[in-house]
Design a protein around this ligand. Sequence first.
Ligand SMILES: Cc1cc2nc3c(=O)[nH]c(=O)nc-3n(C[C@H](O)[C@H](O)[C@H](O)COP(=O)(O)O)c2cc1C
Length: 246
Amino acid sequence: MNSERDAAWVSQFLASRRSTRDFKPTPIPDELLHQILTDALTAPSWSNTRPFKVAVATGDARDRISAEFQSRWSAVSTHLRNGFLGKVKLLISRYGLPTSNRLISKPYAKELKPRAMRLGAELYSVFGVSRENRLQRDQWWAKNYDFYSAPTELFVYIHKSLHIFAANDAGLMMENLALSAHAHGLGTCMQGAVAIWDDVVREEFDIPKEYRLLCGIAIGYPTDSPVNSFQAHRIDVEELLLKRKI
Ligand SMILES: Cc1cc2nc3c(=O)[nH]c(=O)nc-3n(C[C@H](O)[C@H](O)[C@H](O)COP(=O)(O)O)c2cc1C
């Protein structure tokens, strides 16, 4: 695996992975998911500690988690569309407020905001969502909570003791997982959106208190919906590199 041809194939393969946001209901065979998780574990890790765990939600557990997420999102988004009074009602009822990772909803830093705005605008146009229509945007976001119809949602937990380094290791593992899935004809979508209601996942899985929820991953077979052909912009290497001081 070290010829020029192999290297070119790898570059092409990496570039061809894209987030999937519309899945078929077809279940993933157990052996295949096991293989993908085995591949995920070939990623490097801090002192080989593998400071993460994964909850695999399928079937009834997946459906119960999704139903509660959708119910919470519906409550929160309805309140937030109703101005000041809606916000007050939300704060009083508290139903749907984040129970984990509260900082996710903070506005993006100035430097990063244009990239996120660009992604949002481009995705909305593929989904046929008008940017000015808050209800449509909320309905689109709600698809996150049905895991874009994926039959399986993975919840990635990280060990609190290693702080950002645990998230780093989990990220490496998650990318291996996504690439292995892609190689097997499956799609994935990382989902920060599901990281805010950890208590719902804990109702279904036995999760030690030292672990905190980092991210979800929707996984399954992609449909041929145009949303799955969406090509998110990628920054170029010049934008990645830090400048030398002169
Ligand atoms: C940590 C993380 C969280 C993400 N959360 C979401 C999410 O909640 N919903 C979603 O639709 N996409 C989510 N994404 C997918 C990104 O929007 C996507 O990776 C990015 O736009 C680049 O597109 P690509 O994956 O198709 O290359 C997330 C990606 C990462 C890495």
